[in-house]
Design a protein around this ligand. Structure first.
Ligand SMILES: Nc1ncnc2c1ncn2[C@@H]1O[C@H](COP(=O)(O)OP(=O)(O)OP(=O)(O)O)[C@@H](O)[C@H]1O
Length: 273
């Protein structure tokens, strides 16, 4: 057969095919495997996280809730598998992370306002842009405390509010929250929860929230992701579609009560397994 000099050149076929998630998927996890000390935590784990939704992660103690979001956020290395954000790698994706331990999350040598501005400055934004973004955040979080103070001069709730503002400052595509309320009192938890819900309603940022508190997990969620004991798999994904803003009244509505009950049933089944 004669070879043509200008015959089309085809790229080599990929070594293996990547199975995309359904329409509306933001984060696609395929074949995720992670061992700690020779024991599997995740083995060939697949998951699709929808775009513009809040997914609450709930499951038995030590099943790997924090490790899951830490692997997706790139804080913990994976042994094998693939994690893509809208088909892009983590490096090409802007993410934010809110830690449980806010006391260690903020830089103590920087005033609170400078902590919040820090990721914006890292991005090389001009002073005018930084100031505009800070003003927006102050307004949307309805900040009543003095951001010129150092973090250690603020209450725990104020520090966690600042941590969330810092994580949201650059406008992340995905926000990860690892038990953001667990070290706060109830009043502050309610306040920050409402603020988070407001920000979500304004921005539609995809969020993954790890929570130990089932009521809190369901309250904020569009989906409750229930995990099994390790080696961890998806036990069930429960959709929760009550309208936002959700309020304290939501807690006694039939939709909320039934999602919470179903989640608890699955959780107990997994704990007893
Ligand atoms: N760096 C590490 N080295 C060894 N084992 C680890 C490490 N990090 C986590 N693990 C183990 O992996 C498992 C999952 O931990 P992880 O903190 O992700 O679980 P979790 O579901 O968030 O836990 P909890 O409900 O207690 O908050 C636990 O058994 C934990 O001991």
């Amino acid at each position: 057969m004669t070879a043509h000099a200008n015959a089309p050149v085809f790229a080599e076929a990929p070594a293996r095919s990547f199975r995309p998630g359904p329409a509306g998927t933001h984060i696609t996890i395929r074949g995720l495997t992670k061992y700690f000390a020779g024991w599997p935590l995740y083995e060939n784990f697949d998951l699709d996280i929808p775009k513009g939704k809040i997914v609450s992660v709930f499951g038995p103690n030590g099943c790997g809730k924090s490790t899951l979001i830490n692997m997706i956020a790139g804080l913990v290395p994976i042994d094998s598998g693939e994690i893509l954000f809208d088909g892009k790698s983590l490096k090409e994706t802007k993410i934010g992370y809110v830690f449980q331990n806010y006391r260690e999350a903020l830089f103590p040598w920087m005033r609170t306002i400078d902590n919040i501005a820090y990721p914006l400055k890292l991005e090389g934004r001009s002073k005018a842009e930084v100031d505009r973004r800070l003003a927006e955040l102050v307004e949307s979080f309805d900040v009543k405390f003095d951001l010129d103070r150092y973090p250690y001069e603020l209450s725990g709730g104020q520090q966690q509010t600042a941590s969330i503002m810092r994580a949201l400052a650059p406008g992340p595509e995905v926000l990860f929250l690892d038990e953001p309320f667990s070290a706060l009192d109830y009043e502050m938890t309610l306040f920050i929860r409402e603020k988070l819900q407001e920000v979500f309603m304004q921005t539609g940022t995809t969020m993954m929230l790890v929570s130990h508190d089932l009521e809190e997990a369901v309250y904020l969620a569009d989906q409750v992701l229930l995990l099994t004991r390790r080696p961890t798999q998806v036990a069930e994904i429960i959709d929760y579609g009550d309208a936002r803003p959700r309020t304290v009244d939501t807690l006694s509505e039939p939709g909320f009560v039934s999602v919470k009950k179903r989640s608890l049933d699955i959780f107990q089944r997994e704990v007893r397994r």
